[in-house]
Design a protein around this ligand. Structure first.
Ligand code: IVH
Length: 661
């Protein structure tokens, strides 16, 4: 090899090791000046031989050009979120559910910090970083590779024992406490808006179109999981991550039961103060990979992990009044009107009191001084009443016997906590249903929030979602605070909602028990609302994940004449009633089947195989279970193949796969 070339490789390797020592281990081995000298020499050599510059060179961390925006990236394995626990009792309940689902088997837990930053998925191909994506909605995120490359503790190239050819590393990108304080100081001095917390600062820094700006911010990585864990335990995965060069929390704790985990909380409450990054709790994960797989997930939360949150900041205020709101299902919800109080960065003036029992259990009365906090950081709640400050004449709250919207009797059914309006034509149902239809996870109609819907409703312009599509500008401008421009924007937003597709529409219709997830399942299974409308109970329950409760509710909904005309009117208005998904080849033998792809295929890349399978209507899963229909196995297929054999699942090669397609 050319002498220059050899020097170049040595320089790259030396810098990489120094980066690792400095950014990952936090134990620098050389002086800054020595490091700078190595970088200078490397730059000089690369300038002389541009053909030798490789993407994993330490000089290439800041290389990307200014972007126009971030491309969408579909995650191969979803980035899950976590359910929260706020007390030792919550953790015991979590543990009980876990062990119940595992038939009483002993369960080990791993505890690690919950870092307050943003989740990232890092993709390595043959040891090289090829893609970094934000979590997004868990299934699709944003491609932020150029920016993540500037984060010095993110390895561009893996080290240690041969990592898998394809590696999906999950972790948190954070801004260290000190850098956050420094950045805000600088911004204050420059008269720029301050970041509310390190998490916002990290997110804002990572979502910069110019990687130079990101490079100028100090960000760190903490790796905490693998997209697919080939090891027997989570702790093994953490160790592997460490040997591959990732920063991992070194003092993660393996506990043999939940009581040990609970005992560790107090210890960590002290330790977290010394950590360089902000933490808002502890993540508690089932250690065994097999147990994790057996437990699976509900919606976006794994059943095998939970986030224990440290108690939130609390504040005292006066509960001035309680009013009662009627929701789209007719449930009466009491809401506390609070004397406005600052809490964890925002002003709080309302808090839901949920139901009659909640108020009675906490003995909340109008005029009380109460302690409030934010649950899960956003939703304000009344923690307790400071009874010692209660006025002598404060009377207990009484749930109204009639609906505050329509005066019809309100009743509480046996065994339910909710009080409901008995009038099926209560205006609240229609109005709140309209609010729901336009909301973010539903048809996502911008600027059509509760306030505007109420205006439209009170003006008598809308009664059902179909009315939205009949609105005209001259009607809108008559409304309070609605100018030409807002009217025009609103109509454009309503128009845009027509193309949302079946999945969102099904959720938007507000069919009881059909949440985001069931709507997606139904949309994928039927593809067209007319087909779904004709489905009977049996056809519905034949779909995995659709139980009798949802099935019955769907059948009932579609059998009501007013709902049938609603569908007709929406269709007439041009609302798309089909699933936006790729045309599903119903005749393909793979339609509706669950397939797991493992190993290297002779004629298809993994991505191509996934695409073909999905286009044929199959669901591609990441792990083998009893629900798997086929395992497509290529060269060097490992544990998944073994598991498939053990479970007696059909194993196919590429040729058989093509035949099935
Ligand atoms: S595990 C099970 N581990 O918390 C998969 N998440 O509330 C969930 N987070 O989106 C991720 N520290 O951004 C995991 N040690 C940790 C974490 C962690 C912070 C974040 C992550 C996730 C969110 C869920």
């Amino acid at each position: 090899m050319d002498a220059d070339r050899q020097t170049l490789e040595q320089l790259k390797e030396a810098i990489r090791q120094h980066d690792y020592a400095y950014y990952v281990l936090d134990r620098p081995k050389v002086l800054d000046s020595e490091y700078d000298e190595l970088m200078r020499r490397l730059r000089e050599l690369e300038a002389r031989h541009p053909e030798w510059v490789t993407p994993d060179s330490p000089t290439q961390r800041v290389g990307g050009a200014v972007a126009q925006g971030f491309a969408a990236v579909r995650h191969k394995t979803a980035l899950l979120s976590l359910a929260n626990a706020f007390s030792a009792q919550d953790l015991r309940n979590f543990d009980q559910r876990v062990r119940q689902l595992l038939d009483g088997a002993p369960v080990e837990y791993v505890l690690e910090p919950k870092v307050d930053g943003l989740a990232i998925s890092l993709l390595y191909e043959n040891g090289l970083l090829v893609q970094a994506a934000t979590r997004g909605d868990g299934e699709t995120g944003e491609n932020v590779t150029s920016n993540v490359r500037t984060v010095r503790s993110v390895p561009l190239q893996l080290v240690g024992e041969a990592p898998p050819a394809l590696l999906d590393v999950r972790g948190e990108i954070y801004m260290p406490k000190r850098s956050f304080a420094k950045l805000n100081e600088q911004r204050a001095a420059a008269g720029e808006a301050l970041f509310a917390n390190p998490r916002n600062a990290a997110a804002g820094s990572l979502r910069q179109l110019d990687p130079q700006v990101t490079a100028g911010r100090e960000l760190g990585l903490l790796a905490y999981a693998l997209g697919e864990n080939p090891f027997a335990t989570h702790a093994d995965a953490l160790e592997a991550l460490r040997t591959w060069g990732f920063p991992v929390y070194p003092h993660y704790k393996v506990c043999s039961d939940i009581e040990q985990a609970i005992a560790y909380i107090d210890e960590f409450a002290v330790a977290r103060q010394a950590l360089p990054y902000e933490t808002d709790g502890l993540v508690i994960k089932v250690n065994s990979t097999a147990q994790q797989q057996a437990l699976g997930a509900t919606g976006k939360d794994p059943r095998w992990a939970v986030a224990y949150k440290f108690p939130a900041e609390q504040a005292e205020t006066v509960l001035e009044d309680i009013f009662v709101q009627v929701g789209r299902t007719g449930v009466l919800t009491p809401v506390a009107v609070l004397q406005p109080v600052k809490l964890a960065g925002t002003t709080v003036s309302r808090a839901s009191l949920h139901n009659e029992d909640y108020i009675r259990d906490k003995d909340i009365r109008i005029g009380d001084t109460v302690l409030v906090q934010k649950a899960g950081e956003i939703i304000p709640e009344v923690v307790r009443v400071l009874t010692e400050r209660r006025a002598a004449n404060a009377a207990p709250f009484v749930m109204p016997a009639t609906c505050p919207e329509c005066d019809a009797p309100a009743v509480r059914l046996e065994g339910e906590a909710a009080t409901r309006c008995t009038n099926p034509h209560c205006p609240a149902l229609g109005r709140e249903g309209l609010v729901h239809y336009a909301s973010r996870n539903a048809m996502d109609i911008e600027n059509l929030g509760p306030a505007v819907v109420t205006l439209l409703w009170n003006a008598g312009l809308v009664r059902t979602p179909a009315d939205y599509y009949r609105l005209r500008a001259e009607q809108l401008v008559q409304l309070e605070r609605m100018g030409d421009k807002s009217a025009h924007n609103l109509l454009a937003a309503i128009e845009a909602s027509k193309a949302r597709g079946l999945e969102r529409l099904l959720f938007a219709l507000g069919i009881r028990f059909v949440g985001v997830k069931a709507a997606k399942t139904l949309a994928q299974a039927f593809g067209d609302i007319r087909r779904l409308a004709q489905a009977g109970q049996a056809e519905l329950t034949a779909i995995p994940e659709i139980g009798p409760r949802i099935a019955e509710s769907v059948v009932t909904w579609f059998s009501a004449p007013e709902n049938q005309s609603l569908i007709d009117e929406l269709a007439e208005a041009g609302v798309v009633m089909q699933a936006s998904a790729k045309p599903v080849a119903a005749q393909s033998a793979l339609a509706g089947k669950t397939i797991v792809i493992t190993g290297t295929l002779p004629g298809l890349s993994r991505t191509e195989a996934i695409e073909l399978a999905e286009n044929a209507g199959a669901k591609v899963a990441s792990s083998v279970s009893k629900k798997t229909d086929y395992v497509l196995a290529g060269e060097a297929a490992g544990s998944k193949l073994d598991k498939a054999k053990a479970l007696g699942i059909a194993i196919i090669d590429e040729a058989a796969f093509r035949a099935l397609l």
